[in-house]
Design a protein. Structure first.
Length: 372
């Protein structure tokens, strides 16, 4: 592929790219730039945004020529008081997440998993952490609290103040040219861009992927509280800040999980927010756009003859158009969405069930107590 083709592939991943010009320049200079994402093993259930959607995005990045590094942020989760601060349990969840991605057909030949606990053995890593801490005020670091699923108004522990400094240092010690994380991680990536060259490193490109919306009805940001971290701040431009509802592992009905049974998927989708003709903030349409149409060339929606008979769509845009014109009823769209999601999740469930390592880990982590 030429540079433009590679750029377009990566652009499909990014809801926002900082900046597109720098990304094109990077692709012109490097055939195999390093992209990274870090994940905090903090919960015992893996939702489809972490599983199916993450695999889709990583496969796009590797197809574009990127070498992808996943940081298993075990010490970060520990610093963030996850799983009751039990580091051993956190690491078991990290191992299980890797098993899930294997089952999701992630292109692992160009993916490397790096444990944060390995980076921490390097004295230079801690030197960078301290340099970042020295170059910033506590107020500036606290502004990054969202990356931990926290709020600036929360009472943060000292370890949580260190967390953003560690995450910024991760970028440079993984030699990452591209930060390919979610929109909720934007603030710390911007911090790394601001400080990188001052510390003798570089200014990483940021490719922030879309955060899949939760299944519930959107809630006004004015009702947002730090005790219910259901929102992610989305920066449209420097003058505007928008809050979006996102999936929450602490609210099981807000998301579809990789371990959900067929009946459970059907139940959750049937209850999901999907008002007739409304395309904005519609999670069912999001599932179709970001997951189903990425895996199926066409989708068929079965309807009785009195409601117009079966209908097929070969792209998301035509489906959205029909829904907006009320030519497609929410119940029919929900039934179709459930069917195709189950088609994608069932093979993953089967692979995990047949893997002795994954099965053992799943049994162990199901007993862990999840803490916010």
């Amino acid at each position: 592929m030429d540079i433009e083709e590679r750029f377009n592939l990566i652009r499909q991943v990014g809801q926002e790219i900082v900046t597109e010009e720098e990304l094109k320049e990077l692709l012109s200079k490097k055939k195999n730039p390093v992209a990274y994402d870090g994940f905090e093993p903090s919960g015992t259930s893996i939702h489809i945004a972490q599983g199916l959607l993450r695999a889709i995005n990583v496969n796009r990045m590797t197809k574009a020529g990127c070498t992808f590094k996943f940081l298993v942020a075990d010490w970060h989760a520990w610093a963030n008081n996850k799983l009751e601060g039990n580091l051993e349990n956190i690491q078991k969840v990290g191992k299980y997440l890797i098993e899930v991605w294997k089952a999701c057909d992630m292109d692992l030949k160009n993916v490397e998993f790096v444990w944060a606990s390995e980076l921490l053995n390097n004295r230079d890593y801690w030197k960078t952490v301290i340099q970042i801490a020295r170059a910033n005020t506590v107020k500036r670091i606290v502004r990054c609290a969202e990356i931990m699923g926290r709020s600036e108004s929360d009472s943060l522990s000292a370890s949580q103040i260190i967390y953003p400094c560690m995450q910024a240092a991760d970028i440079f010690h993984l030699k990452a040219d591209i930060c390919q994380l979610g929109m909720d991680q934007r603030k710390v990536n911007i911090l790394a861009r601001e400080i990188g060259e001052k510390l003798g490193y570089w200014k990483p490109v940021i490719v922030s992927h879309h955060m899949l919306r939760g299944l519930g009805e959107p809630v006004s940001p004015t009702k947002y509280t730090s005790k219910k971290m259901e929102f992610v701040t989305v920066h449209k431009d420097k003058h505007e800040t928008v809050m979006e509802l996102k999936m929450s592992k602490s609210k099981p009905d807000s998301a579809i999980f990789m371990s959900d049974s067929e009946d459970e998927v059907n139940r959750k989708i049937s209850k999901a927010y999907c008002p007739e003709g409304i395309t904005e903030e519609n999670p069912i349409l999001e599932y179709n756009r970001h997951i189903i149409f990425e895996k199926f060339k066409t989708i068929k929606i079965e309807r009785s003859a009195k409601f117009g008979g079966d209908i097929e769509f070969s792209d998301y845009e035509s489906l959205e158009r029909a829904f907006s014109k009320k030519q497609l009823h929410p119940m029919d769209l929900k039934k179709s969405t459930s069917f195709y999601l189950n088609q994608l999740i069932e093979p993953v469930r089967n692979k995990l069930e047949k893997s002795p390592a994954a099965k053992k880990l799943r049994e162990e982590i199901s007993k862990f107590k999840v803490t916010r």
